[in-house]
Design a protein around this ligand. Structure first.
Ligand code: G3P
Length: 218
């Protein structure tokens, strides 16, 4: 499973990239709005593409297919690593179909059902982003959507990759991996939490203390 960071924060992206296990980045207008003052949107995406050797999702903000395509063509010029993030609406899928025929990579976002994911795959989406946490937030079971999409895509051989999004904690990632999602995107906080285990800390402390006792004699 590929690991993406869900952020537009350059420091977080640099930090995660320095671990050597970061495969890509997803952004959205809300995440970009949190980085006010960090340059224009295009500059931000270009900077992220310089740091990360992998897909970088940049979202359009138009809601009609023609304007989405205009935005997408501009964003795609930034780098071949740019994936155009398009909302899961009728006009969005029209744009995805065109971009797919042009060889431009897409990430269909704001997906909340298996039927939506099915349509996105039929339109030729490169990635589909089901939002797990937001469904959990309203007392649904977000992970069930990932499970259903996996089955549908496998049944019919769709090549669209499942990008589990809106992940809130490490167990979300483990569940997504067990189901067979292709990618997980997570906030830096969740990425960092994946490393943690209290027994690792206790064990290391003990090893170092024991070594200290004998280090001058071995
Ligand atoms: O970027 C898409 C998705 O991951 C958003 O997550 O936490 O805003 O529901 P969240």
């Amino acid at each position: 499973m590929k690991f993406f960071l869900d952020t537009a924060n350059i420091d977080e992206i640099k930090l995660a990239a320095s671990m050597g296990i970061l495969d890509g980045v997803t952004t959205n207008p809300t995440l970009v709005s949190r980085e006010k003052g960090a340059g224009t949107f295009k500059e931000m995406i270009a900077q992220i593409c310089e740091i990360v050797d992998g897909p970088v999702s940049a979202e359009v903000v138009s809601t009609d297919a023609k304007s989405m395509l205009d935005e997408a063509h501009e964003l795609a010029k930034i780098s071949e690593n740019v994936y155009i993030k398009i909302p899961m609406i009728r006009e969005g899928l029209k744009a995805v179909k065109v971009l797919s025929s042009e060889g431009i990579k897409t990430n269909v976002t704001l997906c909340f059902s298996a039927s939506q994911a099915w349509l996105a795959a039929k339109a030729g989406a490169t990635l589909i982003s089901p939002f797990v946490g937001r469904v959990d937030d309203i007392s649904g079971v977000g992970m069930d959507i990932i499970r259903d999409i996996r089955i549908i895509y496998d049944n019919y051989g769709y090549e669209t990759e499942i990008l589990a999004a809106s992940l809130r904690h490490p167990l979300h990632l483990v569940e997504a991996a067990l189901i067979g999602a292709d990618i997980s995107t997570m906030p830096y906080k969740v990425f960092d939490q994946l490393f943690n285990h209290p027994l690792t800390d206790i064990g290391l402390k003990q090893f170092l203390a024991d070594w200290d006792k004998v280090k001058d004699h071995v």
